[in-house]
Design a protein around this ligand. Structure first.
Ligand code: ZN
Length: 341
């Protein structure tokens, strides 16, 4: 008989053993799945991990990706915690956060690079090869006239001719009488760029806006005088109330293109409401401090009769001090305002 025989009991033992082996294999598979899921960081497999990402991700990203633009929203205490070696996240946490952070960083970097390339490729003709810049000659004055040409330009040129002095004119090309630029160039003065519109809010709104205005001014000067300007003066000076957010990028781009800019170290204050011949001369004397190299700011405007009236006296003053007059060009070491600290 099979039931109750030795064979019968043997088969029962085999069946039980097979069942135990199958159970063991199933158990191993389940444990294996658990381990794999944990390494992939599936949030539902680890409530604690999910919480760690929420609370600590920004701080840890700050360590990993210091250039992320939104990383500065992290508050202080967790940042300090993250710096301690004991508090470093486990390896799988780091991997997950890098994977999440990369697309954000790439997007930001891409936008930044594309915006740079965009304005760097604008107006390719606006590019100079810079010559070697010479050290300042001792006791030299550079007279500069901004905002012209105007009804006063001929009068300024007549005085300069009579005194045999070369000067520098930073031109606003939106003005009407650009024909006089020919005379400025023929008489050996330097023509530099000031602006086409001289509208602070417009030209300093972005690097592109500045380049757009600069390019118009550059082309109009070339059309009027056959001269390609190589230097410029920022309207309002290189650092003013309108360009705080853009001046560093604009300066960097203009220098990359080989255009030097010149501020001043003595102002005639001829735009002052109460300016007159005497006050203009006094302002020059007040600004004089035995500087080795002096750039004087004057304006060439229709209503600046006082500047023209004071010009001979200004020249006399510097000649009495032993100075000689030169025009600016891009071999002259610039005098520029210091960056605010
Ligand atoms: Zn100006």
């Amino acid at each position: 008989m099979y039931i109750g025989s030795v064979r019968f009991y043997k088969h029962i033992i085999y069946a039980v053993l097979i069942a135990l082996i199958l159970l063991a294999v199933y158990g191993l598979v389940q444990v294996g799945n658990l381990v794999v899921n944990k390494h992939q960081g599936t949030p539902e497999e680890s409530g604690g991990f999910s919480q760690a990402v929420t609370e600590g991700q920004e701080d840890e990203n700050k360590d990993l990706e210091p250039s992320l633009p939104d990383a500065d929203t992290a508050n202080e205490p967790p940042e300090k915690e993250a710096e301690a070696p004991d508090e470093k996240p486990q390896q799988h946490d780091v991997t997950v956060q890098e994977e999440e952070a990369d697309p954000i960083e790439e997007e930001w970097v891409l936008d930044f690079v594309q915006s740079r390339i965009k304005y760097q490729s604008l107006y390719p003709e606006l590019h100079n090869e810079l010559p070697e810049i010479q050290e300042h000659k001792p006791k030299t004055v550079y007279l500069t006239f901004d905002d012209g040409p105007s009804e006063r330009t001929d009068e300024v040129l007549d005085i300069l001719k009579e005194r045999n002095i070369k000067a520098t004119f930073f031109i606003v090309t939106q003005n009407n009488n650009l024909d006089i630029l020919k005379r400025i160039a023929e008489e050996g003065h330097t023509i530099g760029i000031h602006s086409h519109t001289h509208e602070y809010k417009e030209i300093y709104s972005s690097v592109e806006a500045f380049l757009d205005d600069f390019s118009t001014c550059y082309n109009k000067i070339y059309e009027a005088a056959g001269v390609r300007p190589q230097i410029f003066r920022f309207p309002g000076g290189s650092i003013n109330a309108y360009n705080r957010g853009t001046y560093q990028e604009i300066i960097s781009e203009m220098l990359r293109r080989g255009f030097l800019y010149y501020d001043w170290n003595i102002s005639t204050q001829d735009t002052d409401k109460y300016a007159n011949k005497e006050r203009v001369l006094e302002s020059v004397k007040a600004g004089f401090a035995d500087q080795n190299s002096i750039i004087v700011l004057c304006h060439d405007n229709r209503n600046k009769h006082h500047t023209v009236q004071a010009l001979s006296a200004i020249i006399d003053f510097f000649e009495e001090q032993g100075y000689t007059f030169e025009k600016l060009d891009n071999t002259v070491e610039p005098i520029v305002f210091a960056y605010p600290t």
